[in-house]
Design a protein around this ligand. Structure first.
Ligand code: ZN
Length: 281
């Protein structure tokens, strides 16, 4: 199933897409697609007769497809070609960092350029959504803990990330640096998470065009690995890294400026589109 949270006036409501892409209202069945209630929500929706659901009517936009995400964990340099363009060796173990959950926005919301920022960058990523608590799970059972997938733009400010010392989290966490969605696609709809094409274009020019087949550490390994260090809860999202073609890797580097439009697409997960606007000082 493809779940969404759609906006109607001031309200955000849970919805589901039908085969033709029309949104149907789920608010008669569930309150919201809240992270910690996701297992129950998907069970309820799976048992419902979707033909009987009301249409959503006029949709004003989309929020992130999960409300109240507890953790946004990201994996660095998980594609060889991106490690190369970053001037780094492929890591022997997954590099983990966190993105602030306050950075989460909807898939078509603007990216806010922080005042004075000159190195704003894009990263198309497969987001793995946890559906069942995972503490120290092995690789063989890791996928039982995955509810589904979504697109994440791991928006990054490279000067904050790499030039100010300390951890990458500084460059990964400003408001709007984590557009998520448009859909939460349940795992049963994705036959092979390691065979998805991902692309990112800026103003129509394609910069990233990769495949999740090139991940150094596949999804099952990442879920198992992260769960060694922290318990994963329903609705937590692992951003699994980005292929080559980010702005930092261009010669000369190509960073985002106000007015730029970023479009990200992952097979089976829809697309995102954001326009860069200056944040209020
Ligand atoms: Zn990333």
């Amino acid at each position: 199933m493809r779940l969404v949270r759609y906006r109607q006036g001031e309200r955000t409501r849970p919805g589901i897409l039908d085969r033709d892409g029309n949104v149907h209202d789920l608010s008669g069945l569930v309150d919201d697609l809240h992270a910690h209630k996701l297992p129950g929500v998907t069970a309820t929706v799976a048992a419902a007769n979707l033909a009987g659901l009301p249409s959503a009517g006029t949709v004003d936009g989309f929020g992130p497809p999960i409300a109240g995400v507890g953790k946004l964990i990201a994996i660095g340099l998980n594609y060889r070609d991106h490690a190369r363009e970053s001037g780094a060796e492929p890591p022997p173990q997954p590099i983990m960092f966190m993105k602030a959950t306050s950075a989460i926005t909807g898939p078509y919301d603007p990216i806010l350029l922080p005042p004075g920022s000159e190195k704003l960058d894009w990263e198309v990523e497969l987001g793995v959504v946890i559906g069942r608590k995972a503490t120290r799970v092995d690789e063989a059972t890791a996928m039982d803990h995955v509810l589904g997938y979504t697109i994440v733009n791991d928006v990054s400010e490279r000067a904050y990330q790499l030039e100010l010392g300390g951890q990458w989290v500084k460059g990964k966490s400003a408001d709007s640096f984590a557009p998520i969605g448009p859909w939460l696609v349940t795992a049963d709809e994705i036959a092979n998470a390691q065979g998805l094409r991902l692309t990112a274009a800026v103003n129509g020019e394609v910069f990233q065009d990769g495949t999740t087949a090139d991940m150094i550490f596949p999804v099952r390994h990442l879920v198992s690995y992260v769960s060694r260090f922290m318990t994963l809860h329903p609705g937590d999202i692992i951003c699994t890294g980005t292929p080559a073609g980010v702005g930092m890797g261009q010669k000369p580097p190509r960073f985002l400026r106000p007015g730029d439009q970023v479009r990200l697409e992952v097979d089976g997960l829809g697309y995102q589109e954001q326009t860069v606007v200056p944040a209020e000082a």
